[in-house]
Design a protein. Structure first.
Length: 171
């Protein structure tokens, strides 16, 4: 209807819920959670709000014009998951060990996925995307089956995260 909404949202990162006025552009599902994405007046920027953390929601009488150039698919195209990164678009290369590559082939991690090398022991997959928190979490969830080869900065970021994980299990 082109109407703004006001929502009371409880972030995981704040002690108290905050009220936001949002021009809703689309909804998206990621990992069994629904999100509303739109322009937030208070933040003067696009924001994503998880529906399960909205405590109150009401439709306002304030109309807004849906941007003609907003395309939800294009908005998320260079990203994995729900987080839209501000970082640069990068070519990411992953080494995926033999049996796990079947999972990656069957359910690609991203639309840009290409299998660029295959051996008996592993495959190399290449992606063109932003290395957001969601993407890093996805790769970490794959454990020792997936290794980041490049870019070097993302490989280092993964190495540091794995080091912190390893420290949790030291006696």
């Amino acid at each position: 209807d082109g109407l703004e909404i006001e929502l009371l949202h409880q972030s995981y990162w704040r002690d108290t819920p905050q009220t936001y006025t949002v021009q809703p552009y689309c909804v998206k599902v990621f990992r069994q959670r629904w999100y509303v994405i739109g322009f937030c007046r208070e933040r003067r920027a696009m924001r994503t709000f998880s529906l399960d953390r909205i405590q109150e929601l009401r439709t306002l009488e304030t109309k807004f014009a849906y941007p003609k150039d907003f395309d939800p698919a294009a908005y998320f195209a260079s990203n994995f998951g729900i987080i839209v990164g501000d970082g640069k678009l990068e070519t990411v290369r992953l080494k995926v060990h033999a049996s796990h590559r079947l999972y990656i082939r069957a359910l690609p991690l991203h639309s840009s996925q290409q299998e660029v090398e295959t051996t008996n022991d592993y495959s190399i997959f290449e992606y063109r995307l932003r290395t957001t928190f969601d993407f890093r979490q996805e790769l970490l969830s794959r454990g020792a089956e997936v290794e980041v080869l490049s870019p070097a900065s993302f490989r280092q970021e993964m190495k540091e995260a794995i080091g912190r994980m390893n420290a949790l299990y030291r006696e």
